[in-house]
Design a protein around this ligand. Sequence first.
Ligand SMILES: NC(=O)C1=CN([C@@H]2O[C@H](COP(=O)(O)OP(=O)(O)OC[C@H]3O[C@@H](n4cnc5c(N)ncnc54)[C@H](OP(=O)(O)O)[C@@H]3O)[C@@H](O)[C@H]2O)C=CC1
Ligand SMILES: O=C([O-])CC(=O)C(=O)O
Length: 264
Amino acid sequence: MSGVALIGFGAIGRALAIALTGDTAISMAGVLLRTGSDSRDQVPGGLPVVEDTAGLIALAPSVVIECAGHAAATLHVPDVLRAGIDVILASSGVLADPQAAAEFEDAARAGGARLILTPGAVGGLDVLAAARLGGLDRVVYTGVKPPAAWRGTPAESLVDLDRLTNAHEIFRGSARMAAATYPKNANVAASVALAGLGFEATEVRLVANPATTTNRHRIEASGRFGRFAIDLDNAPLPGNPKSSALTALAIERLVRTRFAAVVV
Ligand SMILES: NC(=O)C1=CN([C@@H]2O[C@H](COP(=O)(O)OP(=O)(O)OC[C@H]3O[C@@H](n4cnc5c(N)ncnc54)[C@H](OP(=O)(O)O)[C@@H]3O)[C@@H](O)[C@H]2O)C=CC1
Ligand SMILES: O=C([O-])CC(=O)C(=O)O
């Protein structure tokens, strides 16, 4: 099997296709889109488009990249894993649902495949995961985005996003609740939880701030290892203010790493 297949062809999928096309070591196998998808016109001619999981598996990719959202991940990822194909999962927040998490893990074991989480829009998950082994006391994740990034989310019923003049906290709670309430904005919170203290104990703050044009992420952690804090100030992707360009780059790096002789 060779090649990379995508589930979804939105802001992240398009950035990945541009980055990976033309690389002689990596081939694009195709894209899964739902029937009647608005994204279909964006797919370059010659790249196969399929509409169901069986079609995706029939493309025989070496790895599938999910970049479509929680519903698409739930629908397609378990069967892809059961077919023995590794999956890079962008929508990590889907794992906040214990039933989904168990199904994804069972499917990976059954298929002898790996479910790989991208660091996505953040860094420092390696530090967090290592620190966890020695014992973590506290992990706090804060996500700050411009008002436009919170459109189409429950934040709209909390605050008038068009008239916001000051930073406004739109969520404070567990990573589990953040991932479920903001499925297109809080995948990072889920990844931080999975690397560190888990979905209940990981504290999350989400903020709409009209003074920022970037997507800002801060992870603070303390424990027996000591303490660390990491701040990222991410450019958003053209086409989706919710998603950071770094997310596509982090996935691209994972793909390149799979085919590289030396891994850093
Ligand atoms: N881990 C992380 O750090 C991050 C994770 N993410 C995750 O990545 C996902 C994708 O981000 P982004 O590319 O910016 O989002 P976009 O909204 O730009 O694109 C989503 C793509 O997925 C397709 N899609 C949506 N639902 C389905 C479905 N049920 N079946 C098949 N295809 C579907 C859309 O097609 P259509 O035209 O049919 O709607 C579109 O092509 C986000 O939803 C989020 O879950 C995002 C940023 C950071
Ligand atoms: O891309 C980002 O900045 C973060 C994001 O959308 C998410 O975590 O779902």
